[in-house]
Design a protein around this ligand. Structure first.
Ligand SMILES: Cc1cc2nc3c(=O)[nH]c(=O)nc-3n(C[C@H](O)[C@H](O)[C@H](O)COP(=O)(O)OP(=O)(O)OC[C@H]3O[C@@H](n4cnc5c(N)ncnc54)[C@H](O)[C@@H]3O)c2cc1C
Length: 296
């Protein structure tokens, strides 16, 4: 059988071998992955997925990398980077068509310029459309999936493209039922007003700056909220703000967030800190915290 990378080359699919994954993530952590692959259109994505299946390789789909922690020896053999995929963003009346690699800052700017309202809560979430739908990102009582009209994805079993309409999309807190590689989303918004949208976006952004560490490396909230508890509150009550293992630290500003304190930080420091926090919370509150971030 031909080597995997020969087939990538034959199909003009860009890739890097044994590439450090850290720069592609907001945590700036993680070791080398065997193949970091950059398909640039739907056809290449489909070929890539067929090859991954043929070789039975493990893989991970990477959006903006703002909700992931790669270990020093990541288990995924292939990381599919969505960043170079064909990109589009346009509106037809109150519907907005966005490729998966559009980031939420870009989307918010577009919505403001087109006077489409309702998505302001997401201003400041550093994710891509695809990653944000997958994990139903949200803030301040809003969530991304509630604005979806439909999604187009590559089915991981059949390697064919599929269209999911609103009725097929199920979501709950930081979860959606969408499995497959999201390539396009259609959102629906209400008609709004430029000044009001701009004002709301800025207000939400300010609230973020007040409650979250800014200008540091992290992957946002580490743990999911439960029905009756907020992890940051429990961790704060345990006096763990600022608690450090190696180069990983529980943020002084928000106990639900772990930051990379300095360049000595290893992914395993973060993983050990997560384990430590879970143990403390379990023994005091009898609660099993669940990770929101994806650990690979
Ligand atoms: C400073 C900071 C603040 C944050 N604030 C918030 C917040 O307020 N609310 C919130 O919910 N999150 C927040 N996050 C976390 C993160 O930004 C969101 O979860 C975001 O939606 C992740 O998108 P991403 O493109 O970075 O996904 P990634 O981190 O790249 O991936 C996340 C998951 O989505 C999958 N995925 C990515 N792209 C696709 C695709 N095209 N198709 C299918 N699956 C895909 C990945 O495989 C993975 O399972 C924050 C993070 C940071 C660093």
């Amino acid at each position: 059988m031909k080597r995997f990378f020969s087939l990538l080359r034959e199909n003009n699919i860009n890739f890097l071998k044994k590439e450090e994954i850290a720069p592609y993530t907001s945590f700036k952590l993680g070791g080398k992955v065997d193949y970091l692959v950059f398909p640039n259109d739907f056809k290449q994505l489909q070929i890539l997925m067929k090859l991954i299946k043929k070789y039975n390789f493990s893989y991970f789909i990477l959006g903006n990398g703002s909700n992931v922690l790669f270990s020093s020896k990541p288990k995924a053999k292939v990381v599919i980077a969505m960043q170079d995929m064909q990109s589009f963003l346009y509106a037809q009346e109150n519907k907005v068509f966005a490729s998966a690699n559009i980031n939420l800052f870009e989307l918010n700017k577009f919505l403001k310029d087109n006077e489409l309202a309702g998505f302001e809560f997401s201003f400041g979430i550093p994710g891509s459309v695809g990653g944000s739908i997958k994990g139903n990102a949200g803030a301040f009582d809003g969530c991304v999936c509630e604005h979806l009209n439909s999604v187009t994805l590559l089915n991981l079993n059949t390697c064919e493209f599929e269209h999911l309409s609103k009725k097929d999309i199920k979501y709950s807190y930081r979860e959606s039922n969408i499995s497959g590689i999201i390539i396009e989303a259609v959102f629906e918004f209400n008609k709004g007003n430029f000044e009001e949208i701009s004002k709301l976006q800025n207000q939400y952004f300010e609230r973020r700056r007040k409650t979250q560490p800014y200008g540091v490396y992290s992957a946002g909230s580490v743990f999911k909220r439960g029905e009756n508890y907020i992890p940051a509150k429990l961790i704060d009550e345990l006096g763990l703000k600022g608690y450090t293992i190696g180069g990983a630290q529980i943020s002084q500003k928000n106990a639900g967030i772990i930051i990379k304190k300095d360049n000595t930080c290893l992914p395993e420091d973060v993983i050990n800190l997560i384990k430590f926090v879970k143990k403390q919370v379990k023994s005091t509150y009898k609660i099993d915290l669940k990770e929101e971030i994806n650990i690979i």
